[in-house]
Write a protein that binds this ligand. Structure first.
Ligand SMILES: Nc1ncnc2c1ncn2[C@@H]1O[C@H](COP(=O)(O)OP(=O)(O)O)[C@@H](O)[C@H]1O
Ligand SMILES: [Mg+2]
Length: 342
């Protein structure tokens, strides 16, 4: 029997151990976006429409939405590359207009399109970007060595970037943003079009960074990676924020009160009446070989469900608690499939 426990409620909260975290508690707000409106010149409507979003320090937040939802626009405003038409953004209590330099130092942006000099080597790229962020001398070299090792680029560090695979370029793109060691890292679709190994390496990098107390905003239109990586999820659709919370809370809120069991087809007729009679099961659908129970509390009811089946010598082949997946949740919320283009 396979168990699909999609719920993330039991996930440990990240511990904060970096030098930065010593002066900022984990419960502190890293980002406070309040009623922000973003509109491009000559556009007939706002691309970000009164969005409010708070992110605690040390969180990995997955910002999800289909293409055109406004993810890049929201990040551009967060990174002070675009000015909101209205609303406010505070990063660790600072607003860009009052403290532009200090504000910029708090955020490292990994842009959606690669920002690398393809004719230069990784080391040369890092030197350029490091100097642009104010590093020099021994400190610059120490940060470059860290970046190369962190991205696993030691072997290719002196090769021109144009010879790299897409995955290696993405990894270099990521670590350029880490050179000045910002407490907040913002990544705009960092794994689009790369091989699974590089994607895995980037996720591992982000988990490591999260353990050192960094706040990470990760945008994607791939649900599965956000599901695996993120502590919290915010869903953006047509410029509006339609949901925010932990994956567990979102699933429970929108579709999560289900237990879905898959049986051998011949067992369905015996299993169905047993399950229907259980306390706490208020609805049931049978679609051979699946039986779906709507319950008041699927986790609490699960032992009962299994022992009632055991008594009848029935054992489900697979069992899923909560919603089918986040894709389903998103569909329920918006009627749009995330993987689709607009
Ligand atoms: N430079 C621009 N000028 C005008 N409209 C834009 C520009 N960039 C994006 N948009 C529009 O803003 C909306 C949000 O786009 P974007 O933030 O890029 O979405 P996402 O990153 O979620 O795919 C879309 O409708 C898009 O067409
Ligand atoms: Mg985008």
């Amino acid at each position: 029997m396979r168990l699909f426990f999609r719920d993330m409620l039991t996930r440990p909260t990240p511990t904060t151990v970096s030098a930065f975290a010593n002066t900022h508690t984990a419960s502190e707000l890293a980002i406070d976006i309040h009623e922000v409106v973003g509109r491009y010149p000559r556009a007939d409507r706002a691309s970000i429409d009164h969005v409010s979003l708070q992110v605690r320090a040390g969180t990995i937040l997955g910002l999800l939405g289909p293409n055109g939802a406004g993810k890049t626009t929201l990040l551009s405003m967060l990174c002070a590359l675009m000015r909101p038409r209205s609303g406010t953004i505070q990063v660790h209590g600072l607003q860009f207009k009052d403290h532009p330099d200090a504000y910029k130092d708090l955020i490292g942006l990994v842009p959606q399109s690669l920002a690398l000099y393809s004719r230069l080597t990784a080391r040369e790229n890092l030197a350029v970007f490091g100097r642009m962020s104010g590093l020099a001398g021994r400190q610059l070299h120490a940060r470059m060595d860290f970046a190369i090792a962190f991205a696993g680029l030691e072997e290719v560090a002196d090769q021109r970037v144009e010879r790299y695979s897409g995955g290696l370029q993405r990894r270099l793109n990521l670590v350029t943003a880490l050179l000045p060691d910002p407490p907040i890292l913002v990544l705009d679709e960092p794994t689009v079009g790369i091989d699974p190994q590089s994607r895995h390496a980037i996720h591992e990098n982000l988990r490591q960074l999260s353990r050192t107390g960094k706040t990470i905003i990760y945008t994607s239109h791939y649900l599965d990676e956000v599901e695996q990586l993120c502590d919290e999820i915010a869903i953006l659709d047509r410029g509006r924020l339609i949901a925010q919370g932990s994956l567990g809370v979102l699933l429970a809120q929108f579709t999560g009160n289900q237990i879905e069991l898959r049986f051998e087809p011949q067992s369905i007729s015996t299993a169905a009446p047993i399950l229907r009679a259980l306390a706490g099961v208020y609805d049931m659908t049978v679609a051979t070989p699946l039986i779906t129970l709507m319950t008041d509390n699927p986790y609490q009811r699960l032992p009962q469900v299994l022992s009632a089946l055991e008594v009848a010598h029935l054992r489900p082949l697979t069992l899923m608690v909560g919603a089918r997946d986040l894709e389903q949740t998103f569909l329920n919320l918006t009627g749009t499939r995330l993987r689709d283009t607009p």
